[in-house]
Design a protein. Sequence first.
Length: 341
Amino acid sequence: MKKHKNISVFIPHAGCPWQCSFCNQRTITAQEKLPHAEDVRRICSQALAEMPDRSETEIAFFGGSFTAIPRAYMLELLESAQEFIGEGKFAGIRISTRPDCISREILDILKQYHVTAIELGAQSMSNRVLQANRRGHTAEQVVKSAKLIQKSGFSLGLQVMFGLYQSTWSDELETGWQIRELHPDTVRIYPVVILKHTRLAEYYQSGYYQLFPFQEAVAFIGQQMMQYHEAGIRVIKCGLHASEFVEKDMLAGYYHPAFRELCENHIYLQKINSLIADALNHKQTVPEVFAVRPDCISKATGQKKANLSKIQERYGIKIKIISDDNLKLYEIKSAGESACI
């Protein structure tokens, strides 16, 4: 399967009627100026010239609540992208918006302008957590808008945030379950990063807000990623992208330039542990060679071979990771065995 790509056009904080507790869009996008038609054409023209295969690529308007921006401005952006969509060009348009800014009328307009995918910022499925973080919408609105988007024939994406103010482990589990029940095509997981000049920063600095331990967060999100994968939902993003602007303005949180890889390392470590524990429980020879998909060897060995070190420390054995073209993402088996997990 070809990897999906976006030609991203950022509209920082545009259209957002609320200032959420975690939000500092100008830091996240490293951009102050709102784009206009000429900017969209320039970005798309350059991408067309540089990309030989655009069949899985969408023009993406991210950073703000696209369907909440002034109507004339929204239409200006959509119209400026039309000449770049079609055979031999880009596949369509992807937008991000809020659950309370979706209606049948809006969806009819978006379809007319070749919007193919809509991502909703759900963030949490706990109304208490949503209210505490000043989201300005409810979990029920997430459900209603998500189903309306799916019924209207769009690809649905949902964005969730891990570790928000007042969120408990129970809230996180419930959010993951409800998102899977909606069965979006894609999910983005954004572990909280506390940025300067946000309400979260005030809560954190005053001591009202305490984060879950980092390693526990990695383990939990890895588990969630696996559950989304098993449900047939693609996790297309996990963690904020590496950025000097985020690193400069962050106070605390779950930021790492390779956060997704840390979570995937944990997935494979748990599977290796499971295979070894199963062998020990059945008094069988403990496996020392494990096979994974070729492009997943680094995920299984861990950053700086951390997984290999942890297995050696726990069981006193040195394991080896090899490749097997027949395995899928997150599948692993001990060498010589036909079954995989």
